[in-house]
Design a protein around this ligand. Structure first.
Ligand code: PSV
Ligand code: MN
Length: 430
């Protein structure tokens, strides 16, 4: 039985009704894959041990810089966000960890919060610092930058905030801190492009020095927004150079939406891995910029190609391979729980397809410079409907066969709409 806020009996009886159909589909796929030399149960086991973290902020409705349209029953504090993340995990079984953001998720008692999460079947993933907004009562503004600010006191405040996040993370059982800064400029000449990076590196080194031995600092780059002319950590090149300068505990985090539209992100994955700097991944999708749409909703093939590189990276890893995977989306028009369920499925599905790739055929075709057969090795795997594998892995772990239907039938949001205080009007989060 799966632990969580929903009735396990209800999930079980829901899944029982679909069991016969699922077994039939799973067996048909078993035969298809066996003809290609792929053992379906092995893929299912790998899927069962796969996981991706949920962002606490992803459980609320996001918004654009114009507006946020809240829904009744939305969570308004970390306790309610944990509950909603637990619903996602209970149904889909691949999201057992939650990534908190500070100060958004601040509480007085972190040991208590850790216990509360554990009781819901959750633990904590990377902590995220926030020096891209000012907070009420804050001494220094980040209006002109944080870790790279020209103002020494603002840099100090940003360093101290990051160190505080590490301290909170230790209490929560995290082992990574993700640092994304919005620092940059809107006008040519506004800041010295070289000196702003120097200031960032100097300040970040102080945060790095506060890392416990078994922690990582994940540097997240982003091309633009909120700065529209230059951004201090704008791309993977700057990110890897900064990580190399900081030391072995500093690694790079790739957010799918943080690149120029035509950039080959799967190649970035391979490059970062080659230099031992692939630290984490934020999943989402986009059509124009950092749209933070649901994973796989716009370009599912890109998601598959990213996982193809992740699987290659794992296979060629000499040591431990544990990139911090997280969903980082803004759910502006859907129930966030539904978006997280559908995204977890899309991400796990892309992983499963990458596992199905005939690697020997691929590598052989690559060595022979047979472009068509190399591509076909990928295409044949991409075209497989892995739905039954994902559903069977969930079902065997007490999750739901049809996650969206089970969620809708649970009546969770309607119940929460009666219990939770409504969210006020306002702009969204980025
Ligand atoms: C920035 O756009 C980002 O991707 C970073 O990961 C932030 O922490 C997150 O979005 C939250 O808004
Ligand atoms: Mn991100």
């Amino acid at each position: 039985m799966s632990q969580g806020p929903l009735s396990a009996d209800q999930i079980e009886s829901h899944s029982r009704m679909q069991r016969a159909l699922l077994e039939d589909e799973y067996d048909a796929l078993r035969r298809t894959l066996a003809r290609r030399g792929v053992q379906i149960d092995e893929i299912k086991e790998r899927v069962a041990s796969f996981s991706v973290a949920l962002p606490t902020w992803g459980s609320g409705r996001g918004g654009t810089r114009f507006a946020k349209f809240a829904i009744p029953g939305e969570p308004t504090n970390i306790h309610e966000k944990l509950e909603d993340c637990a619903v996602v995990q209970q149904l889909c079984r691949v999201t057992p960890r939650v990534s908190p953001h500070f100060p958004w998720d601040k509480v007085d008692d972190y040991a208590g919060l850790r216990e509360e999460a554990a009781a819901l079947g959750l633990s904590f993933d990377a902590v995220n610092s926030n020096t891209f907004q000012d907070q009420p009562g804050q001494a220094q503004t980040y209006a002109t930058g944080s870790l790279s600010s020209t103002v020494a006191a603002a840099r100090r405040q940003a360093v101290e905030h990051n160190i505080e996040c590490i301290e909170i993370g230790r209490k929560l059982g995290s082992r990574d801190i993700t640092v994304w800064v919005g620092d940059g400029t809107n006008f040519p000449g506004q800041q010295d492009l070289g000196r702003s990076l120097d200031r960032y590196l100097e300040a970040t080194a102080e945060v790095y020095a506060a890392l416990p031995d078994d922690w990582r600092m994940l540097l997240e780059h982003k091309l633009y927004e909120p700065a529209f002319y230059s951004t201090v950590i704008s791309d993977w090149g700057t990110s890897i150079l900064a990580a190399q300068e900081l030391g072995p505990k500093a690694q790079c985090l790739v957010d799918l939406g943080h690149h120029a539209p035509t950039v080959n992100i799967e190649q970035i994955v391979a490059r970062l891995h080659r230099f031992g700097k692939l630290g984490g991944f934020h999943f989402n999708d986009s059509k124009y910029g950092d749209d933070d749409l649901d994973s796989g909703s716009i370009n599912p093939h890109q998601l598959f190609l990213v996982f193809n590189e992740l699987v290659e990276a794992q296979r060629s890893s000499k040591g431990e391979f544990r990139p911090a995977y997280m969903i980082d989306q803004s759910h502006n028009v859907t129930d966030p729980i539904e978006s997280m369920l559908a995204s977890a499925e899309a991400i796990t599905g892309a992983f499963a397809k990458a596992l199905i790739v005939d690697r020997d055929a691929l590598h052989e075709a690559q060595e022979a410079n047979d472009a068509m057969m190399a591509f076909q090795a990928l295409r044949r795997a991409y075209n497989v409907d892995v739905g039954p594998i994902l559903a069977m892995a969930r079902f065997e772990d007490g999750g739901a066969v049809d996650v969206l239907q089970a969620y809708r039938d649970s009546g969770w949001r309607t119940r929460k709409a009666q219990e939770r205080k409504p969210v006020g009007l306002g702009a969204g989060i980025v």
